[in-house]
Design a protein around this ligand. Structure first.
Ligand code: ADP
Length: 782
């Protein structure tokens, strides 16, 4: 190498030493520059020429600052002087990183080591300059890589000092990079946790291994401004020349913690809501495993299952409960019980009731969730079920009490009617007796007997009627009813009474063809009650007048006005109550005080109402409002009642069989039939004998008492209908039991007529005329 100026290689120790050294120097991999104390370049090598682009002749003799960018030159002169004053070896990688300048002005990073060379001519400085561009590039790349990480990344050396950080670390902790590098990692740990942190570091240092995020304990970081925040840390040991370093990734989990807190809060709220539910609640997932339940449900389940019940399947828990005999199985086997409950659990429709051995009744209500699971609630309905039972029991008692009352009334009526039958029957016979007629005075007295008997009969009928209405046994069959028709019938019925009382009965001109929706019989009954009162509570020479007028929307008012005694104002409010006679209790006018009560109830049954106005001493008006029926024109014509021609009771001999156990009834009937010369009455005391006689004699008619000892009248009639030879013989039912249903039952059983005792002779005669075959024109009406 020629051209090196004032400095040459020479080794006094070896003839080749100078040459070897020269070659080493010349071909050293780093740029080698030797400068004099004054800073002038004395010697450079080949690498210097290559690195800086200078020919060595251009450098020797120049101040070393030619290799430094202009902006650092002044400072460099200072550094250089400092080194000369205290020269010592300064190796590469000691942090002395500088920027060098090429001849062409371009700059590049270098690392420089300096070593002082003592010579006779003073202290020289040998600089080895290494281009670190490539390493810097690699560094930048790895920094960019670190910066791209979402978490804060730090590299910490074996003594806990931070050697490298990424941009995220700066952002997260609020420190600029320079303030972090070289500091211990503890800077980022809250003071209160530093001791603990140190311990953890020591433990880790002993056995460093990769530790991923989320597996650490509660860790916190602290920002430069003192704000603490929860972090997740992952650690990875890095083996370096300087020992084990650690790559640390730190993630701010404040947001996650917040979400966790909120989720926990929501879950706590849900749990306390579930807990506060009255009754038991259990939630099963799509695999039918218990996910959640409240404590009362847990209490029930744990009667059967041991240990934790969450995660168990419903079927498993049920099996355990059955095993522990938690439930009352009634008649079922455990398998049947479980199958029924599982079936409901899988297809929950409505509710499913179970009973526990402890006596509770639980109402299970399962519902499917959108996720395919099941929410099951179990409500303790023991008290409800008990109440229900008590109610049913009370209802049964009430029903049987009511039935007993009805039975009592029916039998009482039977008991009363039987003797009454004799009283009224024989009194009527005495009245009509042609063979030994009574005297005028006797007839007068007999009239009292008859009146008294009839009153008693009405009273019995009214009480029975009222009790039937009150027991809800009276049903009405509503149909269009011609008002004129019913009123004509009622006035005709009332006419004899009015005549007796000297009261004029009037029927005001009615609009033609008007109809109401009513039960014909019940309407008639009310009109008779109103009409008979208007006659009874009248005065001689007074009048009772029926009228009809429209009221309100779609209703007709049928009224009865009288100019009788009226009702005193203080009694008027009780007029529709049972047994209230408004001051007539002690008076001469006969009555029971039930008629208006029944009328009111019947009107209500027909969706109608009753009312009245009355002035004492002047008269009263009672009315009944009923829904009007708008009849089509064609139907408005009032049908004419045809009175059927009465068939004769004469002709060949008729045979009538009377099956009756009561001797006085038989005596009465015999006395009555005595007047029919051509009727042979065969009376028989029981059904068993009676039907045999009917079979044998084939009478024209059978009169059958319904209440017979042994075989009943119903049964006997059934038998007669079954035999071809007797099937067509008409049978009349005769009964003292005037309870609802008897009539209907009698017709259903095939009776032609159903007459009640005491026998009304006219009614019986009319029936005989209808049913006995007419074979003669001669009428022997007695
Ligand atoms: P009864 O006529 O059998 O006593 P009701 O129930 O039919 O029973 O009538 C109850 C009471 O109302 C009668 O006792 C009578 O005092 C009074 N009353 C009913 N209608 C009239 C009327 N048109 N005029 C005067 N008082 C009447």
């Amino acid at each position: 190498m020629s051209g090196n100026g004032g400095l040459t290689f020479a080794d006094p120790a070896s003839p080749h030493g100078g040459e070897l050294f020269q070659q080493w120097f010349e071909f050293a991999p780093d740029a080698m520059v030797i400068t004099a104390e004054a800073g002038t370049i004395e010697l450079v090598n080949l690498q210097t020429e290559r690195l800086f682009g200078y020919d060595r002749s251009e450098l020797v003799g120049q101040p070393v600052e030619v290799l430094v960018p202009e902006r650092f030159r002044a400072a460099h002169v200072g550094h250089r002087a400092g080194f000369v004053d205290a020269p010592k070896l300064r190796p590469m990688q000691s942090g002395l990183e500088l920027i060098a300048r090429r001849k062409d002005g371009s700059e590049f990073p270098v690392e420089i080591s300096l070593s002082p060379l003592k010579t006779g001519a003073g202290t020289l400085v040998a600089s080895a300059i290494r281009d670190v561009s490539a390493r810097k590039r690699a560094d930048r790349k790895s920094q960019a890589f670190l910066d791209s990480a979402p978490d804060a990344m730090l590299i910490v050396d074996g003594s806990g000092h931070i050697t490298r950080v990424n941009a995220q670390t700066e952002t997260l902790f609020g420190y600029p990079r320079e303030e972090l590098l070289g500091r211990t990692i503890e800077l980022l740990v809250p003071a209160r946790l530093r001791v603990q942190h140190r311990l953890q570091c020591e433990v880790y240092a002993r056995q460093p291994k990769a530790r991923s995020m989320g597996c650490g304990s509660d860790s916190y970081g602290v920002r430069k401004d003192g704000h603490e925040f929860p972090v997740d840390i992952s650690l990875k040991p890095l083996e370096t020349e300087d020992g084990t370093w650690v790559l640390t990734a730190i993630r701010d989990i404040s947001e996650r913690r917040q979400i966790e807190v909120e989720a926990r809060l929501a879950s706590d709220r849900l749990l306390s809501a579930v807990e506060s539910i009255q009754g038991m609640l259990a939630l099963y997932d799509a695999d039918d495993r218990l996910v959640l339940c409240n404590s009362s449900c847990r209490e029930l389940m744990s009667r059967g299952a041991k240990g934790s019940i969450v995660g168990r399947t419903f079927a498993g828990l049920l099996q355990d409960a059955l095993h522990a005999q938690v439930f009352e199985l009634e008649e079922q086997s455990p398998q049947e019980f479980a199958a029924a409950w599982l079936e409901y659990h899988q297809n929950p429709l409505g509710a499913f009731d179970v009973r526990t051995r402890a006596g509770e009744t639980l109402r299970v209500t399962d519902r499917r969730t959108r996720e395919g699971g099941i929410v099951s609630t179990l409500l303790d309905v023991t008290a409800d079920v008990q109440r229900e039972l008590e109610l049913t029991h009370a209802r049964t008692l009430a029903e049987s009490a009511s039935a007993a009352k009805s039975e009592f009334l029916a039998s009482m009526s039977h008991e009363l009617r039987t003797p009454l039958n004799s009283i009224l029957g024989f009194a009527q016979l005495l009245q009509r007796d042609r063979k030994t007629p009574l005297t005028e005075r006797q007839l007068e007295k007999l009239d009292y007997v008859l009146q008294g008997g009839e009153h008693l009969q009405r009273l019995i009928d009214d009480i029975l009627d009222l009790s039937r209405v009150e027991a809800g046994q009276v049903t009405v069959s509503l149909e269009p009813v011609g008002v004129l028709e019913v009123l004509s019938e009622a006035t005709a019925t009332l006419a004899p009474m009015a005549e007796r009382q000297g009261v004029e009965l009037r029927l005001q001109a009615l609009p033609e063809g008007c109809q109401v929706i009513a039960d014909r019989t019940r309407l008639f009954q009310i009109l008779i009650n109103f009409g008979s009162n208007a006659i009874k509570y009248n005065r001689a020479g007074g009048a009772a007048s029926f009228g009809v007028a429209p009221v309100g929307s779609g209703a007709l008012r049928i009224s009865v006005s009288d100019d009788g005694i009226g009702i005193s104002s203080d009694k008027q409010h009780k007029i529709f109550e049972a047994f209230q006679r408004a001051g007539q209790e002690t008076g001469p006018i006969e009555g029971t005080g039930i008629g208006l009560t029944i009328s009111k109830r019947l009107a209500e049954l027909m969706s109608g109402s009753v009312g009245f106005v009355s002035a004492p001493g002047k008269g009263s008006q009672f009315w009944l409002d009923l829904p009007q029926h708008e009849a089509p024109e064609a139907h408005r014509a009032i049908p004419k009642l045809e009175v059927p021609a009465l068939p004769s009771l004469l002709g060949p001999l008729h045979t009538v069989v009377y099956i009756e156990d009561n001797p006085s009834n038989i005596a009465f009937m015999r006395a009555l039939f005595e007047d029919f010369a051509r009727v042979d009455l065969i009376a028989l005391p029981n059904a068993e004998v009676g039907i045999e006689v009917v079979r044998d004699k084939r009478p024209e008619l059978v009169i059958m008492d319904l209440n017979l000892p042994g075989m009943s009248g119903f049964e006997a009639t059934k038998r007669l209908q079954e035999w071809p030879e007797t099937a067509s013989i008409p049978v009349i039912a005769l009964t003292a039991a005037a309870m609802t249903g008897y009539q209907r039952r009698a017709f259903e059983a095939g009776f032609r007529k159903c007459l009640t005792k005491p026998v009304k002779i006219d009614e019986l005669l009319q029936t005989l005329r209808e049913l006995l075959p007419a074979r003669s024109s001669v009428d022997s009406d007695p």
